[in-house]
Design a protein around this ligand. Sequence first.
Ligand SMILES: NC(=O)c1ccc[n+]([C@@H]2O[C@H](COP(=O)([O-])OP(=O)(O)OC[C@H]3O[C@@H](n4cnc5c(N)ncnc54)[C@H](OP(=O)(O)O)[C@@H]3O)[C@@H](O)[C@H]2O)c1
Length: 412
Amino acid sequence: MDKKLTIGLVGFGVVGQGLYDIISSKDLNIDLKKIVIKDASKKRSLPSDYFTTNIDEVLLNPDINTIVELINDADTAFVIVSRALKSGKNVVSANKKMIAEHLKELVEIQQQHGTSLLYEGAVCGSIPIIRNLEEYYDNELLYSISGIFNGSSNYILSKIFNEGLDYDTALKQAQDLGFAETDATLDVGGFDPKFKLVIAAAHAYGTFINPAEVLNIGIQSLSPHDLQYAREKNYKIKLIASARKNSDETSVLLVLPKMIRSDNFLYNVENEYNGVIVQAAFADQQFFFGKGAGGHPTGAAVLSDIAALRYQYRYEYKKYHQKNRVNHSNDLILNVYLRYTDESLLNNLEFETISERFYSANFQFIIGKISLENLIRNVEFIRENGAFIAEIPEDESHVLIEEQIQELIHTH
Ligand SMILES: NC(=O)c1ccc[n+]([C@@H]2O[C@H](COP(=O)([O-])OP(=O)(O)OC[C@H]3O[C@@H](n4cnc5c(N)ncnc54)[C@H](OP(=O)(O)O)[C@@H]3O)[C@@H](O)[C@H]2O)c1
């Protein structure tokens, strides 16, 4: 059924304006009734009678059947979105923080009130990953989803690595271009990709995880020494969000910098682009690439959700309702590079094995295996110390030798 969509838009910033540009570029049979903003004194690109600062003008308007929530305040957004869903209106949102922090509750509200909340634009901007996880990979065993989920930290890493910019200049550029969140720590500290990862994991594995329980370590303490190490080994450093199965019943989520080899799809994902690798049992490896931020790319994802509401599309959270649901776990051993200054950090981290160690007057690093649980316990210590930690691929020659030894043992 082709339902007429009457829209109350909340928020007219980067994404709100981007969405408006797209909607107004052709006849989509979408009726934008009102736009709610915060600051009535700001100059706008549309006539003033479109705007209001009173949220009730859209929430209590019976002529509006769809709320598009695009504000930059997660707490207020939750109040608006839950009120809208409870009052029988469908909602589209791009607010990853709000959705990640309240997902379970939002799913229950949708079920109780028969309404739909869609949020493709909240995860990796223009990349259609949520609907793919929900629909296409419905019956597939997913080993992992991993990738570059944050455009601004990727932009910063690209500028530092490829053009030799220093960290502060690269961050300032990302902010000037509108890629970075108002509070840059959300991006460079790995919080923003963590929110997206938590949402993606709900659709990949049916797990609703409190973001506070997921490790996020960002790129703030990256130093020229780390770059030097990566270059010498032909790696690039990327901030990677990943959800991986670690057993039949459990999956592990984390956000951590990673040294990437040139044969990894993510190696060539530069600047504000995002990339997502899905590793599935039968489809094998698949790669999604696209713009992860910006008004028009994100607006395009929001519009796709609005259009899906025309035919009453809703996420069914099928994997959450399955009998053999996957649980969240932190049981994982990681191979990491750690640059540090304070020796006591090493004692606290209790490396399981150490494969390489370097010590000079102003540069110390260690490569070895560490448990994720230990990393989580020491995350504040790592941040306060200015230590830089990155996952690093296993030395494959070792792995090969190990495998050959195992094979020899089995065949003799
Ligand atoms: N920017 C991106 O590339 C991107 C990508 C993906 C997802 N997102 C998400 O999309 C959302 C919007 O981001 P944005 O970059 O468009 O933000 P933005 O440029 O900072 O704009 C925020 C808008 O929200 C309005 N607003 C704030 N509080 C409000 C309130 N209480 N009531 C009504 N309006 C309010 C502001 O009003 P005024 O105009 O009056 O100040 C402004 O129009 C965020 O959740 C963000 O995380 C952004």
